[in-house]
Ligand binder design. Sequence first.
Ligand code: ZN
Length: 502
Amino acid sequence: MKTFEDYRNHLKKIADINNASALLNWDQETYMPKQGARFRAQQLATLAGISHNLATSKEFGDLLRALNEDTSLSDFQRRNVAETLKEYKKNQKFDAHFVQQLTLAISDAFQAWNRAKAASDFAQFAPALEKLVLLKKQQAAIAGYDEHPYDALIDDFEPGTTTSQLTELFNDVKDQLVGFVKHIAQADQPDDSFLYKPYPKDKQWEFGLHLLRQMGYNFEAGRQDISAHPFTTNFSCEDVRVTTRINENNFNEMTWSCIHEGGHALYEQGLLAENYGLPAGNYLSLAIHESQSRLWENNVGRGLNYWKANYEHLQNEFTENLSAVSVNDFYVAINKVKPNPIRTSADELTYHFHVLIRFEIEKALMEGSVTVNDLPSLWNRKYKDYLGIEVPSDDQGVLQDIHWSHGSFGYFPTYSLGSFYAVQFYNQASSDLPGLEQEIEQGNMQPLLNWLRENIHQHGRLYTANELCERVTGEPLNFSHFMRYANEKYTDIYQLKASIIP
Ligand code: ZN
């Protein structure tokens, strides 16, 4: 193995194995019969082992180091090689024993979390979580970090982002958004009861497909199915699948999960087939992925012009529920701000308090300034402080999310980062495309999709998130864009007397 082509071929092989795993995972979440679970777990473990061996072999490391010194490579080639070498070096730090210990601890924690959640009893999760937190601290120590152990964990999801950057960002969220939402809470609340009338399953399904088609999701290179938790997965940029779920008594669930997953899927469909397996053929980071889903979900899908394009169709499908509701009233209702203990049902603004709380807790856990046993009371106190609500029980509180049982510490912040990037990207698209809002009002999403393809999707992991953001918008991530957007939109919706942001 000597050339860039050897490197590319090796990565293709690894991608083939990983994509085969992804297909088995997709099947597991959608159509696999119950009894398939035991051997499926074994099959996935076998493939994970093969992929790990290919990615960490000594020969591959030698090739990467040689290519990294090769001055004849193009800029594109060099960036790809550097990215893979970085991953390779990181993987090399963890011996098989540690990886095995962590895998076992995660498997135990996941089972304990399931039991604890069903019983709504955190104590049943605590011992397994404690073990996992200890291993995550070890992981941070092995991986290494400059300032904060949490930096090393964030790096798995959002490379280059540090605890101190996030602390600064979430301080802004605390200083600016908490007060703004309290202001909104005092205003008259819109009626959204019509969103919770009966919406028959089949009609919702058809409407969801219509929205996906309108966004530009390519059904020749994907499909939609039902699963318990909506997700997007892909086996190449030419087979990108989404799932949704339908609640017949809640219009919101399917609609926004459809648009959200559609946004993720458009990103994956927009990667270039010729870069299959290369970093350039992979999504950049979780926050950038989330910026694509949030941009469609919130900036487009919760906008008035989007519903000017789609509301008549919707009214015709659900005449009984909506014939007396104007498009303006509908728009106001879908943007109602209401603190809720559950993150995944939060509105566009209070959502970030859910993330803020998890960020503060994870950071404190990694510092050792709080212990696992403190978590339920700490959690409930923060929900009272930031959202003004009482958490009714552990299953609707500290046990609600699966992430910690997977050992995914450092994941949550990417959700908020994604929303903040989304606003900044959308603002840039609006200034690059002066007729954008009129096109959306006509149901024409193509100009926006083309803009995203050109500026974001096609580059894959060729740049860091910061580099991409600067290339696209001329500056790094800047929370003031989100705050200005929130202020304008919700001041209008709630007709607040004065905006609170200068
Ligand atoms: Zn998402």
